[in-house]
Design a protein around this ligand. Sequence first.
Ligand SMILES: *[C@@H]1O[C@H](CO)[C@@H](O)[C@H](O)[C@H]1NC(C)=O
Ligand SMILES: *[C@@H]1O[C@H](CO)[C@@H](O)[C@H](O)[C@H]1NC(C)=O
Ligand SMILES: *[C@@H]1O[C@H](CO)[C@@H](O)[C@H](O)[C@H]1NC(C)=O
Length: 316
Amino acid sequence: MRATERTSSEGASLHSEVARLGGTMRSLLCFVVLCAATALSQGEKTKTEEVEELLNASDQLDFGGASDLVLFLGSTGVGKSTLSKFITHNPSLQSVKIGSSFVFTDNGTISTITSKSMTLLPNIYKDPETKQLIVDCPGFSDTREEKYEIAASFFVKKVLEYGKKLKIILVENHFSLTEGADRFGFKRLLKHVSELIPNVERLRGSLALIATKVINQGIPDDEEKADILSFMSNFANDLRNDLTVQKQNETLFKTTEGILKALETLYGDGSGNNVALFRKPNRAGDPWQSSILLKCYQDIRALIFHTTPWIDNQNQ
Ligand SMILES: *[C@@H]1O[C@H](CO)[C@@H](O)[C@H](O)[C@H]1NC(C)=O
Ligand SMILES: *[C@@H]1O[C@H](CO)[C@@H](O)[C@H](O)[C@H]1NC(C)=O
Ligand SMILES: *[C@@H]1O[C@H](CO)[C@@H](O)[C@H](O)[C@H]1NC(C)=O
C-alpha cells in the first residue's frame, strides 16, 4: 500500500486515501447502476433505495481533512481530467501524433468521452507544489439518463457545501466560446452554476475560466482572450434581449436571468485577467517540453494558484 502510494505521481498519501474511498463509492455506484438495470425484472431495489444509496455514498466524501478546494466545473468531454493532470505535471500525460494533429494520451490511452469521464464522483488531485486540492467535479451532460444528471449535480453540490474556502474554475471547450458556435453547452454550464451557487454575483472577481483545446493557429493569447470576452459580451446582450420577451413566462425568465447573472459574473470587469488558455499539443512526447504548452502550464497555474482569490464559504 505504502509502496504504491510513493510511486503515484501526483497524489501522495492523501490521493490514495481519497482514491480508496472513491473506490468504495464507485463500487457502490456500480452496484446502484446494476441494481437499476435489474430492478424491474427482479424487484431487488426500489427507486428510494437507489437514492438512499447515493445519499449514503456522498456522506463518505472525504478530502483527507482538507477544506480549501479548487473546483473544476464543466461539461463532460471538455477535458477537465486532462487539464488536472496537465497542471499537476502528471507524467502519465503525453501527446502523440494522430493523422496530421497531436492529441493528449493518458497512460497511452487517447481520452474520449468514456465511462471514465462520465463518472458521477469527483476526482481529486493534490498539487505537488502548492499542496492545494483540485476537485475535478463530475461533468454535466445531456446524453445520460436524468437520474445520473441529478446524481452528478448532487455530488457537485456536496463538494460546494463541504469546502470552507473555494476557488471556482469553469472549464469549457474553446470552440464553444467562439462566435457562431452552438451556445448550448456553455449555456448549460452557466445554468448549472447559477443553480448550484446561490447569489452567484458574490463570486464577481473570483470566478475564473479555462478554455480548453485551443487550436494553435498562430493567434496570440491576448487576441484569443479578447475574442472570448467579446463572445461573452455578445452572448450577454442576447440573453438580455431574451429576457424582455420572456417576462410572461416566469420559469423561463428566472432560468435566463440566472444564466445571465452567471455570465456577467464570469465576464467581470472585462479585463480577461480571469481567463486562461489550454492549447492543444503541438508536438509528440512530453507536453511540458513544448514551449507553447509550457506557457499554458505557467499561465494556468498562475491563474489558479495566484490570481484567483479564495472565496470564504462559511457564511452563506
Ligand atoms: C444508508 O445509511 C443508513 C445509516 O448509516 C443505513 O441505515 C442504511 O441502511 C443505508 N442505506 C442503504 C440503502 O445503504
Ligand atoms: C498504465 O498502463 C499500464 C499498462 O497498460 C498498466 O499496467 C498501469 O496500471 C497503468 N497505470 C495507470 C496509473 O493507470
Ligand atoms: C414557460 O417556458 C418553459 C420552458 O420553455 C415551458 O416548458 C413552459 O411550458 C412555459 N410556460 C408557459 C406558461 O408558457
